[in-house]
Design a protein around this ligand. Structure first.
Ligand SMILES: [Fe+2]
Length: 309
């Protein structure tokens, strides 16, 4: 038991009406023995109580809301995290991401890791294709550089790349794709350059079979994410960048169901109607190219735990 817990605390006044509940709850938590936890739980109670006082739910509405939250847990398992999905479609995850990674030091803006990162992607040579299966769809050449925030190239940076297929499925969702299809790891050369071949990704829906899907339906929202390629860019002495580079129409970008598409990380995907075997080997027209330079800020590299195997 801490010294704080032993300190005498004046008794709060008894609850008289709806306005006296909040101070009573805040007084009950006043001896929290961790300043940050105290700050967070105090703000949580203040905002939740303000929400209830504004919305004035009926008892049926309140119980419906509690059942909806419980259903998030019931629909969470090894392959689906409904709690994270709820946070994503309410914009919470993107808000937290922006608070912690706003790109304000000149680094590339980050985006969510997402649920489909597997880790252990095969090492690939410069320009190699990550389409390991016969994956129908237009080809893609993606190239760029990894730079520091002053524009100096970073040699030996690693790019861990993964994406959905042209029908909007990741390898682990689609029996027609080989294991680790559309996943690969690339290293930059002395000029910080990298390049790989792939197929153009397509947008895809988030899972809609649980309580989040019901909410999206009631809100008449499309459950789709715009097409994108995922990257984890890392280098010794630099903060690891987790991001997504988007390719899609403005309408699809603006209606990203998880609000992950930000202006700074939309790539310029150009369609080519003529073959160009010297510059873009093994790509039949029509194909797409995208050039994007990543910028890393100094810091300690960290690596996320893959949410799936
Ligand atoms: Fe994705």
């Amino acid at each position: 038991m801490s010294a704080n817990a032993l300190a005498p605390t004046p008794l709060p006044p008894l609850i008289e009406d709806e306005r006296s509940v909040t101070p009573a709850v805040l007084a009950a938590m006043a001896n929290t023995d961790n300043a940050r936890l105290q700050e967070i739980t105090t703000a949580l109670v203040r905002h939740l109580h303000a929400f209830i006082l504004e919305v004035r739910p009926t008892e049926d509405e309140y119980e419906f809301g509690l059942r909806w939250i419980a259903a998030l847990g019931h629909h969470t398992n090894e392959t689906n995290n409904e709690v994270v999905l709820a946070a994503d479609v309410l914009g919470l995850s993107t808000l937290v991401d922006l608070l912690n990674n706003d790109g304000g030091r000149g680094e590339t803006m980050s985006a969510l890791l997402g649920p489909f990162y597997r880790g252990n992607a095969p090492d690939c040579a410069h320009g190699e294709s990550i389409a390991r299966s016969t994956t129908p769809g237009p080809g893609l050449w993606f190239e760029g550089r990894v730079l520091d925030v002053d524009g100096a190239p970073i040699e030996g940076a690693t790019l861990d790349v993964w994406q959905a297929s042209p029908v909007g499925l990741y390898d682990n969702q689609d029996a027609a794709q080989d294991d680790y299809n559309l996943r690969g790891k690339f290293a930059t050369d002395a000029a910080g350059r990298f390049a790989f071949r792939s197929v153009k990704p397509a947008g895809y829906p988030v899972p809609t079979g649980g309580p989040v899907g019901k909410l999206l339906h009631a809100q008449m929202r499309r459950p789709y994410r715009p097409a994108h390629v995922h990257f984890i860019v890392s280098a010794p002495g630099h903060k690891t960048l987790i991001t997504q580079i988007f390719s899609d129409t403005d309408a699809a970008l603006a209606t990203d169901v998880v609000f992950g598409a930000k202006k700074a990380i939309v790539g310029d995907f150009r369609e080519h109607q003529e073959a160009d075997p010297d510059r873009y080997p093994d790509l039949e027209p029509p194909f797409f190219t995208c050039s994007y330079d990543f910028r890393l800020v100094k810091g300690a590299p960290t690596f996320p735990v893959p949410p799936i195997a």
